[in-house]
Design a protein around this ligand. Structure first.
Ligand code: PLZ
Length: 456
């Protein structure tokens, strides 16, 4: 770090952030533009930024950029700062750990916070059975480990995922994503033995949970055969794919089938977990009790940490030394994570997610009554989305409307609201605010969106 950068950082953290939207320059402002000029000389275009305003400080549900603009953050770094930006309890826990030690490598000389995170995950993931946890650095690494463990446990080769899934950017997880562009295009060859089964997408397939599950299972049995299938990986509410929320009964029917056939059911709760949907894990909304649960993102409020938690007998299939990695379960990230678990309990954040769902549903339903391009409103808690279609097609062809989504996201950004897009056709606006966001900020952001819809 240069001295100049250190100075900027300490000056910016000295100025508290008022919880409000404030646009004081063009977006991006002159300082952001200057930083962007430096960036493009040293960072490749493959690393794309949705909104190139350079952030100086963040608190709660507000981001402040280097030009002094303040954004209502409806993305939370894609569902990472679920408890809010720079929450004091989390920052203090990380600081205390920074003062004692930064690294030992748990697989060389262990420390307590790793064990505590594993205890907390055992306690809060669905299912009342003995669970073991391995900690890693990123969501994709958790997916890789989940698959690796399931293969070792079952001795089988194949992995099945659902259509519209997103699981990461490593070689195996690129093969597991539904969408090729931009994640995989040109980056092959990819891992084999990955199969993409039809999913439940009530808005587009019109199937009941039972019918959609029968279709998924028929595919798995025909295309792979249960005896060759190690794992079925599902996102209980799909993330990047567009927040598809399965029809009632779909996930339990899959679970009944995987249990009967000795297939490991892995829930990728990387985006949907850690209180975001109003339950500790979204699986709980659907009566799903996965064999393995993958956590990341919200688990440490912004520090890199992820985990695979699951039935002890499955997790224990990996031989000693078979799991690990230099930074997995880093002590600073683990200390922050313990504070995140405590904060969710202490501040009743699951109830806050329910409040956010209510406020968003009310606001988005009012918008849908005015604007017929809103085809669907879906999700749970602070994980809600709207799917946009071409005018007049909401009841017929449901033709995706990516242009409207892009125009709305741009309008929001220009007016101090950061909202993320998603969806297989890029036609979904997703709302992933932190659980610290107030109804006032949500209503303000919805007002900006309403103006955006009116201007379309
Ligand atoms: N599984 C369900 O949502 C990450 C991707 C951001 P990593 N989603 C955000 C980007 O463009 O790279 C994600 C997810 C689900 C796995 C992952 C992967 O998690 O921590 O990004 O590796």
């Amino acid at each position: 770090m240069t001295d100049a950068l250190l100075e900027t950082l300490s000056a910016s953290s000295a100025q508290p952030i008022e919880p409000r939207r404030e646009v004081v320059t063009a977006i991006p402002g002159p300082k952001s533009q200057a930083l962007h000029e430096r960036r493009v000389k040293v960072v490749p275009p493959g690393v794309h930024s949705v909104l190139p305003v350079y952030i100086e400080a963040a608190n709660g549900a507000v981001l402040r950029d280097v030009d002094g603009n303040q954004f209502i953050d409806l993305g939370a770094g894609i569902g990472v700062t679920t408890v809010g930006h720079t929450r004091e309890a989390v920052v203090d826990a990380a600081k205390a750990q920074l003062d004692s030690f930064l690294h030992t490598l748990f697989t060389i000389t262990p420390y307590e916070s790793y064990v505590r995170v594993a205890e907390l995950l055992a306690q809060h993931t669905p299912g009342d059975f003995e669970k073991h946890t391995v900690l890693v650095n990123s969501g994709a690494e958790a997916v890789e480990n989940g698959v690796k463990i399931a293969r070792k446990y079952t001795g089988r080769r194949a992995v099945a995922v659902l259509e519209h899934a997103y699981h990461g950017r490593t070689n195996l997880t690129m093969a597991m994503n539904y969408k090729a562009a931009p994640y995989a295009t040109g980056f092959g060859p990819f891992a084999g033995d990955v199969f993409h089964a039809p999913s439940s997408y009530p808005y587009r397939d019109g199937l009941s949970g039972e019918e959609a599950a029968a279709r998924t299972i028929a595919y798995l049995e025909k295309r792979i055969g249960a005896s060759d299938l190690a794992a079925l990986v599902v996102e209980p509410i799909q993330g990047e794919g567009g927040f598809q929320t399965p029809a009632e009964g779909y996930l339990p029917a899959l679970q009944e089938w995987t249990t009967r056939n000795g297939v490991v059911l892995i829930a990728d709760e990387i985006q949907s977990g850690m209180g975001r949907t109003g339950r500790w894990f979204a699986s709980e909304h659907f009566g799903l009790v996965p064999d393995l649960v993958l956590s990341a993102k919200g688990i440490a409020a912004g520090l890199p940490l992820a985990g695979v938690t699951g039935r002890a007998e499955i997790m224990d299939a990996a031989q000693p030394g078979g799991l690990g990695g230099t930074f997995g379960g880093n002590p600073v990230a683990a200390a922050a994570s313990v504070a995140v678990f405590e904060l969710i309990e202490r501040d009743g954040l699951l109830a806050e997610a329910a409040r956010i769902e209510k406020t968003l549903t009310r606001g988005l339903t009012a918008l849908q009554e005015r604007f017929d391009i809103i085809g669907d409103i879906r999700g749970r808690g602070a994980m809600m989305a709207i799917e946009l279609v071409q005018p007049g097609t909401a009841q017929t062809t449901k033709a995706p409307n990516q242009e409207a989504v892009n125009a709305l996201a741009a309008h929001a950004a220009q007016n101090g609201v950061l909202v993320l897009t998603a969806g297989t056709w890029g036609n979904v606006l997703r709302f992933l605010p932190s659980l610290a966001i107030s109804d006032e900020l949500l209503e303000d952001a919805l007002g900006v969106l309403a103006d955006g819809f009116a201007a379309l």
